[in-house]
Design a protein around this ligand. Structure first.
Ligand code: 6PG
Length: 469
């Protein structure tokens, strides 16, 4: 227990010492801040302080002592399970904190809960920050991307600490910014995760096309991802995909081939899709990526149905690697276009005044979707903050060139019975948004026919009813 800081108070305290909490606490201590740590069960606290090699960590075994060990205004970072647990932990801390103390929720909380908590705690004189943190275990330890919401006063309080522990962007600046008031930080983290879902699904579909449609071996696919990772597709997710494809067990068999094709999810992807439905923005990709996971989870049903509808083995697809790379890259652009459209809608509704250039910048390092692409995105928004990705001069050419290859890849996959919902969602989004005319005149007519719902003849025009019979 030699790490216990006996003299002086801690700059910050961390409650919840599972993987993310323990790693963030160590990261904070590494940067010279005294940090008090507390976990409901003592084992995790003991484990952390016994493993942490530095000097700035103070283990606490009662919440009261934990809170008393912090300098004023106290800063308490909660790294506990999202949901009711956050409310329970806040309630158990409240008796010990004072006016002006700051409670930070660094979990993947639902932004609506964050808005409620911020208001409830403000009424009690406590400053509350909902803070998105991305980067997984390694990011938390070495430098995550951090998305804090809450008031400017709250930001002033936490800025020095969070800036010191964050990853660095392409300019060497910390990957953290004050995103906006109340729930803005958790909202932006939610959309980050929605994009993460699409990105992962796109890469998985690309792997599947190479494996099933082109008959490539795992090491050949890995080599292709490694090559792409040196170009404009350079990203954390492409990098780990190549590594995953090469990982083998002691007996020489590939780990990836032993893993069940059935993926779970914890909620943030679903929330992003729900927000798409709430705002009515054109987010095909978010919904498709979540449903693709649901389809994967129906393994038993798929085994049964695959026997009812046997598939021919896919014939070798007539596609090249350059076309596949183009399709993947343009799909990425289209995914972000959908994500920022949602952010734009939320920013207006909640008066968050989100700064898209800054959001792109803080995603450049540390987070799961980090990619060199974010530099281009930052550049696009520097030219026109909150502008449209679809019309940005930075991406125009890639969109024009990429969409024809995306069509080719998507149709080749369809003809070979390979489901590629993420690729299809990209082209559905692009075609839906870039055609002046869609088939919805028929939808209007049908609604009016069966339900006298009326129809418009021009944008913002009057409503008419036709006597169809
Ligand atoms: C991150 C990740 C992280 C977590 C997701 C996974 O940014 O560090 O997004 O937050 O891995 O919650 O979500 P699913 O379990 O829903 O895939």
């Amino acid at each position: 227990m030699e790490n216990i800081n006996q003299e002086g108070k801690s700059s910050i305290g961390v409650v919840g010492l599972s993987v993310m909490g323990a790693n963030l606490a160590s990261n904070i201590a590494d940067h010279g801040w005294k940090v008090s740590v507390y976990n409901r069960s003592r084992e995790k606290t003991d484990l952390l302080v016994s493993q942490y090699a530095g000097k700035n960590m103070s283990a606490q075994f009662s919440l009261e002592n934990f809170v008393q060990s912090l300098e004023s205004p106290r800063k308490i970072l909660l790294m506990v399970q999202a949901g009711n647990v956050v409310d329970e932990v806040i309630a158990s801390i409240l008796p010990f904190v004072s006016n002006g103390d700051v409670i930070i929720d660094g979990g993947n909380s639902f932004f609506g809960d964050t808005i409620r908590r911020e208001q409830e705690l403000r009424e009690k004189g406590i400053i509350f920050v909902g803070m998105g943190v991305s980067g997984g275990e390694e990011g938390a330890r070495r430098g995550p991307s951090i998305m804090p919401g809450g008031s400017l006063e709250a930001w002033k309080n936490i800025k020095p600490i969070v800036e010191s522990i964050a990853a660095k962007d392409f300019h060497g600046k910390p990957c953290v910014t004050h995103v906006g008031s109340d729930g803005a930080g958790h909202y932006v983290k939610m959309v980050h995760n929605g994009i993460e879902y699409i990105d992962m699904q796109l890469i998985a579909e690309t792997y599947w096309i190479m494996k099933m449609g082109l008959g490539m071996k795992n090491d050949e696919i890995a080599a292709q991802f490694e090559k792409w990772n040196k170009g404009r597709l350079d990203s954390y997710l492409i990098e780990i995909t190549a590594k995953i494809l090469l990982a083998k067990y002691a007996d020489g068999t590939f780990v990836v081939d032993s893993i069940l094709d059935s993926a779970g999810s914890k909620g943030t992807g679903k929330w992003t899709s729900e927000e798409i439905l709430e705002f009515g923005t054109v987010g095909f990709g978010f919904v498709s990526a979540v449903i693709a996971r649901f389809a994967s989870a129906q393994k038993k049903e798929r085994i049964k149905l695959s026997k009812e509808f046997p598939k021919n083995s896919p014939s070798k697809m007539a596609i090249g690697m350059e076309q596949l790379e183009n399709a993947l890259y343009v799909s990425k652009i289209l995914a972000y276009a959908q994500g920022y459209e949602l952010l734009n809608a939320a920013s207006k509704k909640y008066a968050w005044n989100l700064n898209f250039q800054e959001i792109s910048r803080i995603w450049e390092g540390g987070c799961i979707i980090r990619a060199s692409f974010l530099k281009e995105l930052e550049e696009a928004f520097a030219k026109d903050n909150n502008g449209s990705i679809l019309t940005s001069s930075v991406f125009k050419k890639s969109i024009e060139n990429g969409t024809s290859d995306l069509r080719l890849i998507a149709s080749a996959a369809i003809m070979n019975s390979l489901p590629v919902p993420a690729f299809l969602s990209g082209i559905a989004y692009f075609d839906s948004m870039t055609n002046e005319f869609l088939c919805a005149n028929m939808i209007q007519a049908q609604r009016d026919f069966f339900g006298a719902h009326t129809f418009q003849k021009e944008v913002d025009g009057d409503f008419f009813h036709h006597d169809w019979d």
